[in-house]
Ligand binder design. Structure first.
Ligand code: IPE
Ligand code: IPE
Ligand code: MG
Length: 256
């Protein structure tokens, strides 16, 4: 007598073949992520311009390559079990760049919003000063946040973001709400990432060894990892290396 297997459990079934596979390179990494308590990774995606220039390409093409890589790294970070990712996409200081480069970055963001609305597991939050961005883009960011609220994986995109600006914004917000004395708790509950744990690990690519005004408040006890690679060439295996390095760090938070 042949026993019918439930749909999708039969190894030959198309439901198995086409099931969305969570691609990981090394089967041990998700367990390392879990056991090391790595919940939140923040990426300073630096080096797009140099990546392009070293290939005799315009810097704008570096940003397109960087945007493509950003999607791959976010997906991979999610697959290995990280719950929150924050990326530094555009700083409050990046307006100093040539108009042509700024416009190219804005166009990439605009295109990405269309793709992002088709994602089904990501909750988006844009962190940064939204008042000084093109109102049409600002409105699209807000709609995407509303559309994706409550999903299981959080992606914070730092756009027109500055760490100092964020702290000033948090203090002003608290004052407007009637606060008369500022405390750490009040600032923590008014920064843009107030509903996320602080980043456990901050990865900066591009062979620069600084924070560049990123998550000034939240990074107090983050582990820092620097990669010599330019952002477009930072790949999932490099995430694995950073995760393994993180798991070997001894976080003391001021204790012994
Ligand atoms: C990071 O790459 C992306 C943004 C700042 C928008 P860069 O554009 O800073 O690349 P480099 O550092 O000039 O190579
Ligand atoms: C930091 O990179 C900002 C982003 C990655 C968006 P920058 O290239 O702007 O930083 P600096 O100027 O080298 O410090
Ligand atoms: Mg740079």
């Amino acid at each position: 007598m042949t026993r019918e297997l439930p749909r999708g459990k039969d190894p030959g079934s198309p439901f198995v073949m086409f099931k969305k596979k969570k691609r990981v390179l090394n089967e041990d990494i998700p367990e390392i992520v879990r056991s090391s308590g790595l919940r939140h990774i923040a990426y300073i995606m630096d080096g797009n311009g140099r990546w392009a220039t070293s290939r005799s390409l315009p810097r704008e093409l570096g940003h397109s390559a960087g945007a493509k890589n950003f999607k791959e790294i976010v997906r991979y970070s999610k697959n290995i079990g990280v719950r929150y990712v924050t990326v530094y996409a555009f700083s409050t200081e990046n307006w100093k760049r040539p108009q042509r480069e700024v416009s190219a970055i804005m166009k990439l963001l605009d295109q990405y919003i269309d793709e992002a609305s088709l994602e089904d597991e990501i909750e988006f939050l844009f962190i940064g000063d939204r008042e000084n961005v093109d109102p049409r883009i600002a409105e699209r960011l807000t709609s995407l946040e509303k559309l994706t609220a409550g999903r299981s994986f959080r992606l914070n995109i730092a756009f027109n973001y500055g760490g100092r600006d964020e702290i000033v914004h948090a203090v002003n917000k608290a004052i407007s709400a009637g606060c008369t004395e500022i405390s750490e708790k009040i600032i923590s509950s008014n920064v843009y990432t107030c509903d996320c744990p602080d980043p456990d690990l901050i990865i900066r690519t591009g062979a620069e060894y600084r924070i560049s005004n990123f998550l000034m408040w939240q990074s107090a006890y983050s582990e820092l990892y620097f990669s010599e690679k330019m952002w477009p060439e930072f790949k999932p295996q490099d995430v694995d290396s950073a995760v393994i390095e993180f798991s070997k760090r001894k976080r003391r938070f001021g204790g012994v």
